[in-house]
Write a protein that binds this ligand. Structure first.
Ligand code: AVJ
Ligand code: FE
Length: 465
């Protein structure tokens, strides 16, 4: 391995709910909480419908890549999870379709095999998810949103809305892999307005509160809040741009063994990788395919569709390393003025279009410097939105982790096979992104909307040490 992996989590962790600010959802009346929850579920459904109505039936049942499910599988799987948790478990109602549980169990059937299953067809899948939704809304109306962990502050409903949005992002990735003319359209993201940003910011040494014990819809792997000591480090102010990444490519970075870990080198050799996925060199410049549009690679946008291995190699080439997950979260949440951890880089308010490029409002990352209102307390830009950011950390449980409500959401994935990604992308909905949210994937994956930024240890004499 060429990059340096340090264990920054040296302090004995202890649970520190007092290190966080209280959450606004907890202050809503039960009726307002129901209305809010229904709205979030409806927003997810509008997106699922857009992504599936954008193509014809042939396209819905077809597999666009071995890495992905047919879109019609995602759609019915969304309904199936909603039936299991909201209709059957929370509502205690009879199953609608016990016969299809197995088909939509992600653990029974790997993605590559899903097209050969006797799946619900497009119109059956559409009526199934609509029927489940009607029942789920009825359950929402009748369920007290307190008491039981599963229903307190509408947790299960929030979990299911996040699940649907996660699959909506997966469906967006399937669209990106799909061949043919563009079928999805969205306005361009805002231009860069913050100019001449410093290359790096410095985060001083000290403890901070990582994870959460107060965010009502946080998933099990984000819990509990605990104190982590992080050494001083420097972090790139913004994600690595296409222009900077192209320097690495054009410098022969993909062919230089020095920059790659052992696993990274064999991966890049086996797959013959020479540039980010969807890039092509033509007429002496870089072009890319983006949702069916062939266009020059925009220099100022964060690079996207790179694997962990490529991110790690770039960082080594640049004389840096990837941040650990704790470093990323401290840069995103820690407020030196209060000593507390915020919900988001900009504070505790839910994301708006001014804060971050989220929610599939734009079908691409925004140029660096486009979200000055989203800056974190320590000065990092665009930590949330635009591109998921690879960290050097394996996906492991926090001290005190308890699987909830099912082991298959997080626990079965813990270990060294997966790397953690943070911050969400232009394809992630705000309900499924926060300062504590943890995503994970194999280090070879690059169909996801992932980029990265670099970090480095501070040298004596660097400002802030
Ligand atoms: C958290 C994005 C890794 O898509 O595999 C969806 C989320 N879990 N259905 C995934 C998830 C169950 C998960 N990730
Ligand atoms: Fe799922």
């Amino acid at each position: 391995m060429t990059s340096v992996h340090r264990d920054v989590e040296t302090a004995t962790p202890r649970e520190t709910a007092e290190g966080e600010t209280p959450h606004p959802l907890g202050e809503l009346s039960e009726q307002d909480l129901r209305a809010h929850t229904a709205e979030v579920l409806e927003r997810a459904r509008r997106r699922s419908v857009e992504l599936t109505d954008a193509v014809g039936d042939d396209d819905l049942v077809k597999q666009h890549s071995k890495l992905m499910s047919p879109l019609v599988w995602d759609l019915a799987h969304i309904g199936s999870q909603e039936e299991l948790w909201l209709v059957r478990d929370v509502g205690g109602r009879d199953p609608l379709r016990p016969d299809i549980d197995d088909l939509y169990d992600a653990f029974q059937h790997p993605r590559a095999t899903r097209p050969s299953l006797p799946l619900l067809g497009p119109s059956e899948a559409r009526s199934y998810v609509a029927e489940v939704r009607n029942k789920a809304f009825d359950v929402l109306e009748r369920t007290p949103l307190r008491g039981r962990d599963l229903t307190r502050t509408a947790f299960a409903f929030g979990m299911i809305a996040q699940h649907e949005q996660q699959h909506d992002e997966t469906m967006l990735a399937t669209h990106q892999l799909r061949k043919g003319d563009p079928v999805l359209h969205a306005p361009a993201p805002p231009p860069a307005t913050a100019r001449h940003l410093p290359e790096e910011i410095v985060v001083p040494a000290g403890p901070f509160t990582m994870g959460t014990s107060v965010e009502p819809w946080a998933l099990d792997n984000e819990r509990p809040a605990h104190e982590v000591f992080v050494e001083a480090f420097a972090l790139d102010t913004t994600p690595v741009t296409n222009a900077r990444y192209a320097e690495f490519v054009d410098d022969g970075g993909y062919g230089d063994r020095r920059w790659w870990s052992e696993g990274g080198w064999s991966y890049r050799s086996e797959y013959g990788i020479t540039a980010p996925r969807f890039w092509r060199r033509e007429d002496g410049r870089w072009w890319r395919l983006r949702f069916g549009v062939y266009e020059p690679v925009p220099p100022d946008e964060p690079v996207v569709h790179v694997s962990y291995h490529e991110a790690e190699a770039f960082a080594a080439w640049a004389g840096k390393r990837l941040p650990t997950e704790a470093e990323w979260e401290k840069a995103a949440r820690y407020d030196p003025a209060t000593g507390r951890s915020r919900r988001y880089p900009w504070g505790d308010d839910d994301p708006t279009p001014e804060h971050a490029n989220l929610g599939q409002r734009h079908l691409r990352p925004a140029p660096v410097g486009a979200y000055p209102k989203g800056v974190s307390a320590v000065g990092a830009h665009q930590l949330v939105g635009d591109v998921w950011e690879w960290t050097s950390s394996d996906f492991t449980p926090y001290p005190g982790f308890v699987a909830f409500p099912y082991r298959e959401y997080s626990e079965v994935f813990f270990g060294s096979e997966y790397k953690v990604l943070r911050g969400g992308s232009f394809g992630s909905d705000p309900v499924a992104v926060r300062g504590t949210f943890r995503n994970w994937d194999y280090p070879i994956r690059r169909q996801i909307f992932a980029g990265f930024r670099c970090a480095r240890d501070l040298r004596p004499g660097d400002a802030g040490v």
